[in-house]
Ligand binder design. Structure first.
Ligand code: FES
Length: 118
């Protein structure tokens, strides 16, 4: 029988406004969260092109229109909903998605175990 998934608390859900993003470092893992309405999308902060972090500035991951996640280094564009790269040098690859849930007003994410990190 597999172990139940463990979710790690990140922050109160109100710490991320709709249409905004926020970065975290938890247990040595860099990740970020995008909020759209009441839906949260979490990804490892690791561009599939060169394996570096994506943000433009602290907590800034979206393009100017807030339509895509955009890597600040070479401008790759990723779908907010599933992390697929749709433009740029890593087109066809994807960000690694992390499951999220909300409990008692807190946002939680399921972090990868260190041995499964890219
Ligand atoms: S490092 Fe992200 S697009 Fe090149």
């Amino acid at each position: 029988m597999s172990k139940p998934a463990t979710y790690t608390p990140l922050c109160p859900i109100d710490a991320i406004a709709p249409g905004q993003s926020k970065q975290f470092s938890m247990n040595g893992i860099a990740l970020f969260v995008i909020r759209q309405g009441d839906t949260f999308y979490a990804y490892e902060n690791h561009c599939p092109h060169l394996g570096i972090e994506l943000q433009w500035q602290p907590d800034r991951f979206l393009d100017a229109d807030g339509e895509f996640i955009q890597c600040s280094t070479h401008g790759a564009l990723f779908l907010i909903e599933d992390g697929e790269c749709v433009s740029g040098p890593c087109r066809g690859q994807a960000l690694r998605s992390l499951p999220t849930r909300v409990r008692d007003g807190q946002l939680l994410a399921q972090l990868p175990s260190p041995k499964t990190l890219a």
